[in-house]
Design a protein around this ligand. Sequence first.
Ligand SMILES: Nc1ncnc2c1ncn2[C@@H]1O[C@H](COP(=O)(O)OP(=O)(O)OP(=O)(O)O)[C@@H](O)[C@H]1O
Ligand code: NI
Length: 324
Amino acid sequence: MEKLKKIPFSETKEMKSLLEVKDFSLSFPQYKKGFRESYIEVIKDFELTIHPGEIVAVVGSSGSGKSLLADSLLGILPENAEIKGKIYFEGVALTAKRQQQIRGKEISLIPQSVMALDPLMKTGQQVQSSIQNKKEKKRIQKEAFQKLGLPKDTHKKYPFELSGGMARRVLIATAMVSEAKLIIADEPTPGLDEQALEETLTHIKQLSENDRGMMFITHDIHAALKIADRIAVFYGGETVEIANNEDFLGKGENLRHPYTKALWRALPENDFKALKGNQPEAGEVFPGCVFEPRCPIATDFCKKNKPKSAMVNNGIVRCFYAES
Ligand SMILES: Nc1ncnc2c1ncn2[C@@H]1O[C@H](COP(=O)(O)OP(=O)(O)OP(=O)(O)O)[C@@H](O)[C@H]1O
Ligand code: NI
C-alpha cells in the first residue's frame, strides 16, 4: 500500500480546497390542511472544507441530516427539499447542472444502503460501468475486488447472492474504480464487530490515496477517530465543532465544545458516560444555542443568543464559552 500523505490542518489553509460548503441550510415545507404552515429546518448554517488527500468525518446521531447533506452535495435531494447557501467544488460553484455532469465521475457516493446496488445486474458489470477507461475496465474491476478481499467469483454474482458485508465492499469498489476526486461514504460501517470495522476502515482509507478527498459520514465517533484527519460534529442540524483528530487525545482537554467533550467521555476507552437527554427533533426551533438544554455550562445568555462559529486553537466551534 502506498504511503498516505498526511497534511496537518494548520498547513492546509493556504491549499486549494476540494470542497467548500458555507452557510448551508436545508429545509422541508410543512403542510397542514393543504396550506403551507412552516418549514422544518433539518440542516442549519452548515460549513465544512475538505482538502485533497484529507479524510473528514461528519459525526451525528440518527436522523440528524447526514444523508441529506450527502445527497445535497450530489444533487439528488427529494423534490420538496429547499436549500440555501454556497457549495464550491475545486473553487467553482457547484450548480445543479455541474452536479449532474460530475456525479459518479468527479464526486462519488458510497450510499448508506446496499439496496443501492442494481438487483438485476451482476456485480462485476455494475462496477465496470463506473470505470472511465473502457479498454481496461475488466482488469481495473478485478484489481479492486482483489484489493478489497472479495472472493474470485464475486463478479459473476448478483447482489442477492452476496452477504451484507460483501455487498458493502462492492459499493466501496465502485468508488475505488472511479476517477472521483471526492468520495462521500455515507455510514459505510453500520453495526460491524471490531474486526469487520477495522477491515472496512482500512478499505475506506485506501480510497483516500492519490490525493482524493473523503467525507466519511458516521454516527460512530470511535470509527471516525480511527481514520479521519478532522471531525465535524453535527448536533441538531448544526456543526457545533470541527476538531482535529489529535484533539481527542489525552483527557480531551483540547476539545472545544461541551457536546464534543461529552462524546469523548462516552467513548469506551474513556469513562463510557452517556450524556442525559436527547438530541432535538428535526424542526425544533431554539432562540439560543441548540445544545443549551443539555449543556452543563450553559447560562441564561445561551438561552437567548445563538453562538456564531469561531476559530479556536486551529478548529472551529460554536460556543460562547469555548476556551482558546
Ligand atoms: N423528503 C423528506 N421530507 C421531509 N423530511 C425528510 C425528508 N427526507 C428526510 N427527512 C427528515 O430529515 C431528517 C434527516 O434525515 P437523514 O436521513 O439525512 O438523517 P441521517 O443523519 O442520515 O440519519 P441516519 O443516521 O439514520 O442515516 C430526518 O428526520 C428525516 O425524517
Ligand atoms: Ni443517513
